[in-house]
Write a new protein. Structure first.
Length: 475
């Protein structure tokens, strides 16, 4: 059944490999299940009912997007409410509440109208092939740099911001900034206080997991990334119990295993506040929709191109087959997110971990989608996966994606400058879309000042102008 449905033999993969890849992807992005409702509700400050509603919306919308990707595009990309976009959405909600004098819930429901419109616009643009044309307008050098730039961003997430430690000294403290960035170990210990021990355990865990993954890959083990993460998890749990006297499984005993559907029905499910939406003001509405569209579009395009390049899914012209269907799946996920009650759903860069584990078809995306649905019932299990274990996978995948740099012509300054700026911008800004924008702007300027303006397509010029307006003028 799966063979015919997902063309496994044609894509040189198996059911076992695809399922393992889907599980690997899920484990690297399972953090979004709890983090997204935390960010959108002020870590529960806006009420447990809304938190529960956003929690279920996160699971359902991620599953809808993944299922669409599986059956429409047959690609191994997973979706969920995008990081960065969810923080921006929460800021928009807070600003609406302050400006219009509405409650946070009413403002939240008004902001969902913006996400709904964005999703519908993307569905139309995807059907009309407009988004695919935008992909084709990205210059070759910039396109080749997307994959290694994403690799640096994954390294930054894995080493820099995935496992924050808190203590009586404050926090969060991070491995690269506060542990490796300290001049001496004694200074780091003083700065972090009681959190230093947890930091040592975290750093040891992520690097042991990373080298276990490499050792397994070197021996040809297909489930290397997943097994490395499991090994890292066991090490962290054991260290937590032995050195800190904590039971990593304690939360399972008091956890609720029943999905809070009634809370979702009261707060987020098809709860569009169009009356409140009209109070925002049309200029603000238009600029917000454009902003969400630009960030989501280029985050998605960058993830597709970068991950597909690493997996060998691009054709001889550097294009990904079924791009239209993949982009349509992304749009469907966003509409589903608006209807259930969460911010923009986008393709997750963590999909690269599943691709590295061998995922090549929609069965990987379907596996991840099913696990998101299951998390409505087993979310406490996902919550005990330590961040240090997911860091191991992100570091490994990030290193692997740097190999895309071999496709860059370093002797051509019109390629090198945009690439260098993208490589810096992506991990620093945390936005794939913004980094691509900087790459497009610099490429266009370099071609114009070097007298080669004819090499720049009109669409590339237009996109560069849009990003200039976004960065410096309008929104």
């Amino acid at each position: 059944m799966f063979e015919k449905m997902f063309k496994l033999s044609e894509n040189k993969t198996t059911v076992k490999t695809e399922i393992i890849a889907g599980l690997t992807t899920f484990m690297t992005m399972a953090y979004i299940i709890a983090l997204n409702p935390n960010l959108l509700t002020g870590f529960g400050a806006e009420g447990q009912d809304l938190w529960n509603g956003v929690f279920l919306a996160t699971c359902i919308a991620s599953a809808v997007g993944g299922i669409s990707m599986a059956f429409l595009a047959n690609k191994p990309f997973a979706m969920a409410p995008g990081m960065g976009l969810n923080s921006f959405f929460a800021l928009v909600v807070a600003n609406i509440a302050s400006a219009a004098g509405m409650t946070y819930l009413a403002s939240f429901q008004a902001a969902l109208c913006i996400i709904l419109i964005e999703g519908v616009v993307f569905v139309i643009l995807s059907v009309l092939n407009v988004r695919e044309k935008i992909v084709e307008a990205i210059p070759g050098g910039v396109r080749h740099a997307i994959s290694p730039a994403i690799g640096l961003m994954l390294l930054n997430i894995g080493l820099g911001s995935n496992a924050g430690i808190y203590s009586e000294k404050g926090g969060p403290f991070f491995a690269m900034r506060d542990f490796f960035g300290s001049l001496t170990a004694s200074y780091a210990k003083e700065a972090m206080g009681s959190g230093y021990g947890k930091m040592v355990l975290t750093v040891a865990t992520m690097f042991i997991g990373f080298f276990v993954i490499y050792a397994l890959v070197h021996r040809g083990v297909k489930a290397a990334v997943l097994l490395g993460m499991l090994c890292a998890s066991i090490i962290y749990w054991a260290g937590d119990a032995i050195f800190f006297g904590e039971n990593p499984f304690a939360a399972l005993g008091s956890a609720s295993w029943l999905p809070p559907f009634s809370d979702m029905a009261k707060t987020t499910l098809f709860k569009f506040n169009f009356a409140g939406f009209a109070q925002i003001g049309w200029f603000t509405i238009i600029t917000l929709i454009i902003t969400f569209c630009i960030i989501d579009m280029f985050d998605t395009i960058g993830t597709f191109v970068g991950t597909a390049s690493r997996a060998g899914m691009l054709d001889k012209d550097g294009k990904m087959p079924q791009m239209k269907e993949a982009l349509l799946s992304d749009a469907i996920g966003t509409v589903a997110g608006a209807c259930t009650g969460t911010s923009t759903v986008t393709t997750f860069v963590e999909s690269a971990s599943g691709v590295e584990a061998g995922g090549r078809t929609g069965l990987t995306a379907l596996t991840t989608a099913v696990l998101f649905l299951a998390c409505m019932f087993i979310s406490p299990i996902a919550a005990i996966i330590p961040a240090a274990a997911t860091s191991s996978a992100l570091i490994y995948v990030g290193v692997i994606m740097l190999s895309g740099l071999k496709n860059i012509d370093f002797a051509d300054m019109s390629q090198l400058i945009p690439v260098a700026l993208m490589l810096l911008a992506m991990p620093i800004s945390g936005s794939i879309g913004h980094a691509i924008g900087i790459g497009l702007i610099s490429y266009t300027i370099i071609k114009f000042v070097s007298g080669k303006a004819k090499d720049v397509s009109l669409l590339t010029c237009f996109l560069s102008l849009i990003f200039l307006l976004k960065f410096f003028i309008a929104f």
